[in-house]
Design a protein around this ligand. Sequence first.
Ligand SMILES: Cc1cc2nc3c(=O)[nH]c(=O)nc-3n(C[C@H](O)[C@H](O)[C@H](O)COP(=O)(O)OP(=O)(O)OC[C@H]3O[C@@H](n4cnc5c(N)ncnc54)[C@H](O)[C@@H]3O)c2cc1C
Length: 325
Amino acid sequence: MTTHTTRMLIIGSGPAGLTAAIYGARAGLAPIVVQGLQPGGQLTITTDVENYPGFRDVIQGPWLMAEMQAQAEHVGTRMMWDTITEVEIDNGPPFRAIGDSGDDYVAEVLVIATGAQAKWLGVPGEQALAGKGVSACATCDGFFYRGKKVAVIGGGNTAVEEALYLTNHSDDVTLIHRRGELRAEKILQDRLFAHPKISVVWNRRVEEFLGDPQAGGLTGLRLADTQTGAMSTFACEGAFVAIGHAPSTELFIDKLDMDESGYLVVEPGTPKTSHPGVFACGDVMDHTYRQAVTAAGTGCMAALDAERFLATREHARNAAAQAAE
Ligand SMILES: Cc1cc2nc3c(=O)[nH]c(=O)nc-3n(C[C@H](O)[C@H](O)[C@H](O)COP(=O)(O)OP(=O)(O)OC[C@H]3O[C@@H](n4cnc5c(N)ncnc54)[C@H](O)[C@@H]3O)c2cc1C
């Protein structure tokens, strides 16, 4: 077992964690990034990215994350192949995190960038056709379905928002819901029902995503009527699963404030969590935007605020030492 000591420990290696690392390293904090089970984060499981600023041509998600990591390492970040299994926050700083490897990490500031995972239905065809007609993010992928027939699966706010967003690209959007009424807020439902490009299919559960990942991708959905059990096929070229996200925050239960969905709560407009010296950035604290560029933006904010936190502590320590002389 090795103890790694650093001024700034970053948990997570998606756009939020790596941007925090770039800023932290450039401020001389020699950060350590613990990468977790998905080095590079969610963008490594997608292909085309067309909305990250700075690239006129379509780029690939894994390539973008490899570039971000190379930049972070180039300016002085240490990347660790490890997953944090426990954190000690209460009496920090210093904070201590224990890795799956048996190593532990001691840091003056902690940046949490553990992201959030889209929830999937877990039915046949879903993962094989992910990125080939099946998506969990209309803002990310809606553009690729312009002029095509698309379905959105879900009944809450996210599903309704995704359906409304997709009307920017498609004239034929169908919301498919397993119940006979929506959970979404009334104002969103009113907009949905009034929209001429959106129709709703009630009481249908998706049993399977149909199509060939190697040839043309998604062709439709196999649906079960939740009242009669009757099976049917719904033809579409794009299907957006919109049944919510799960933030990766189990480590911080009873240690940091969270909202009712498990997202870390931060001081509004800042990355400051409920514990001084602990900062959160990216999807783990943002259930609204969930984009690579917003994750990178809040990663930058976390590093800048972490640096200010350290400078203030140092200043106070020096002042106390001088007063004692
Ligand atoms: C299929 C798909 C396509 C997308 N397309 C786009 C797009 O085109 N444009 C766009 O802007 N956004 C897109 N997004 C959204 C974008 O990927 C996310 O908003 C962004 O990745 C969030 O960044 P993050 O750094 O907050 O978290 P993530 O990217 O989720 O990274 C989280 C990191 O935390 C690590 N981690 C978690 N737990 C631990 C632990 N215990 N110990 C150590 N590490 C841990 C993980 O290994 C991972 O490295 C897409 C998302 C998906 C799923």
